[in-house]
Write a protein that binds this ligand. Structure first.
Ligand code: AHR
Length: 505
């Protein structure tokens, strides 16, 4: 059994954990939008203006901070004017990236903004660089955010929306190194500057422009963007062309060609998955280091706007729909990511799990009128107290908390902590598949009142929730903890995620 002390200094505050690290992503892909968020006004499934209310209710309980839309790869094929006006008159298109299915554009700008309002989430629009134009993107910003009299404001009003919306987050292309245009870094950086120039701040709506960034550890891509970031001498545009730079990293158990099943995996697959998840620490460190060279004041945010597990699709489902189950393993991947995100809170401003409903590492799965909360959903819920909290460093001294995985070593304990509104929240994961871990939380520099804890675990790592058995993996109260003289002692069962809350005394 592993044995560890986690030292947490309550009086040494780290950077604020942006709530946007708990962000989401919804693409026109498979059943994410159609059948997931959107069922249409005529549906028997309870909805408001066509938006599925059980999904909204589930996500509101997570304090969902933002939602990225319409892609992904789809964003660089999307022409926003096709998605406004009377639905039955909207042009149709083929979604060539995802299943070659017909897209009827029934879910467009107004539907997305209504969804964000229902969720209480900030919109994050991903604009088309790959097959769009500067004018098209510029007009979309104007349509959404311009008050007063202008061609796009008039068009918006003609479509039933008088007031402009507020939109902060604006993506300039997606994966321009791949599906977003197969560009080279220098060309992409030049285009991003050009597009950013014409994405105007209308009135007091201030855009946070996010340039399409690197894949995984392509630090050269980030460096190329950072070298181009300053807009010296241009009064009309911000001093930096972009306020954020994106990066994408997906977790798999093996190479792309052998991602493996979401639920049919063995312990070796599991440990390889956790190694892949832990890679995000090295990747974020690498990009942050490059950014520090060009932006010592840390004004530009790093935006991990796609992350999560990517498995083979469920047997019998459309390979282009990326529908996968979600097991306890996925939950542990999520918990580990959040610990690492919190550690990088001084540079990492936003992260968006891919994707919210029915695609990849989803929060919720829908099956007709049934809705299933995934194990990953529960990690987001148990961790939501970290949103906009002040991070606290956790110094782990552990014995026996390691596994040899091929020629690498995996640390099997993971932790992070924060404080907000007088309450300390500590997240702990025991990633070992078989062994428990005794952990003592040594809280220094302050004292806490009575601690309470919750646990997410299951008999097997492969356990997951279905419409027939929706509560196989769900959080429960965890009473097995002792508090003495500022120390909290607890034993984490194998493959478990635990949160401890304690009020500052
Ligand atoms: O999330 C699925 C796809 O993964 C996105 O469309 C794309 O950006 C990435 O390659």
């Amino acid at each position: 059994m592993a044995n560890a002390i986690a030292i947490i200094n309550l009086d040494i505050e780290g950077p604020k954990i942006s709530r946007h690290l708990y962000g989401h992503f919804a693409e026109h892909l498979g059943r994410c939008i159609y059948g997931g968020f959107w069922v249409g006004e005529g549906s028997t499934i309870p909805n408001e203006g066509g938006i599925r209310l059980d999904v909204v209710e589930a996500l509101r309980a997570l304090n969902i901070p933002n939602l990225r839309w319409p892609g992904g790869c789809f964003a660089d094929e999307y022409h926003w004017k096709d998605g406004i006006g009377p639905r039955d008159e909207r042009p149709r298109m083929v979604n060539t990236h995802w299943g070659n299915v017909e897209e009827n554009n029934h879910f467009g700008t107004h539907e997305f903004m209504a969804l964000c309002e229902l969720l209480g989430a900030e919109p994050y629009i991903s604009g088309n660089v790959g097959s769009g134009t500067v004018q098209e993107m510029s007009e979309w910003v104007e349509y959404l955010t311009r008050d007063g009299d202008s061609p796009m404001a008039r068009l918006r009003r003609a479509n039933g929306r008088d007031e402009p919306w507020r939109v902060k987050f604006w993506g300039i292309g997606n994966e321009t190194w791949g599906c977003g245009g197969n560009m080279r870094a220098q060309y992409s950086a030049d285009l991003a500057r050009q597009y950013a120039t014409y994405c105007r701040d209308h009135g007091d709506n201030k855009l946070y422009r996010i340039a399409s960034g690197a894949s995984d550890d392509d630090y050269k891509w980030t460096e190329t963007l950072m070298q181009q970031i300053n807009c010296f001498g241009c009064e009309a545009t911000p001093r930096t062309f972009f306020q954020g730079i994106s990066v994408h990293h997906y977790t798999m158990a093996g190479p792309w060609e052998a991602k493996g099943s979401a639920t049919d995996f063995d312990t070796d697959d599991y440990y390889r998955t956790m190694l892949s998840a832990r890679e995000i620490d090295r990747i974020l460190t690498g990009h942050s280091t490059v950014m520090d060279i060009y932006d010592r004041g840390r004004q530009v945010g790093l935006v991990l706007d796609e992350w999560g597990t990517w498995w083979d699709v469920e047997p019998g489902t459309n390979p282009g729909f990326l529908f996968q189950q979600n097991s306890l393993r996925d939950a542990l991947v999520a918990g580990t990511h959040f610990d690492i995100f919190h550690k990088h809170a001084d540079r990492l401003y936003m992260a968006n799990i891919a994707q919210t409903v029915n695609v990849l590492q989803a929060m919720v799965l829908t099956d007709g009128d049934a809705l299933v909360l995934t194990p990953t959903y529960h990690v987001f819920e148990m961790n939501k107290g970290h949103q906009d909290a002040t991070s606290l460093g956790v110094h782990l001294r552990a014995e026996g908390a390691r596994r040899q995985v091929g020629d690498a070593e995996l640390d099997t304990l993971s932790a992070s902590a924060s404080v907000k509104d007088g309450t300390v929240l500590i997240s702990l994961s025991n990633l070992d598949a078989e062994e428990s871990a005794e952990v003592t939380l040594d809280l220094r520099g302050g004292s806490v009142g009575e601690a309470t804890a919750r646990i997410l675990t299951a008999d097997r790592l492969q356990d997951h929730n279905t419409a027939q058995a929706p509560e196989t993996v769900r959080p429960r109260a965890f009473d097995d903890l002792k508090v003495t003289d500022g120390r909290v002692a607890l034993t984490l069962p194998p493959h478990s995620f635990v949160t401890v809350r304690a009020p500052l005394a």
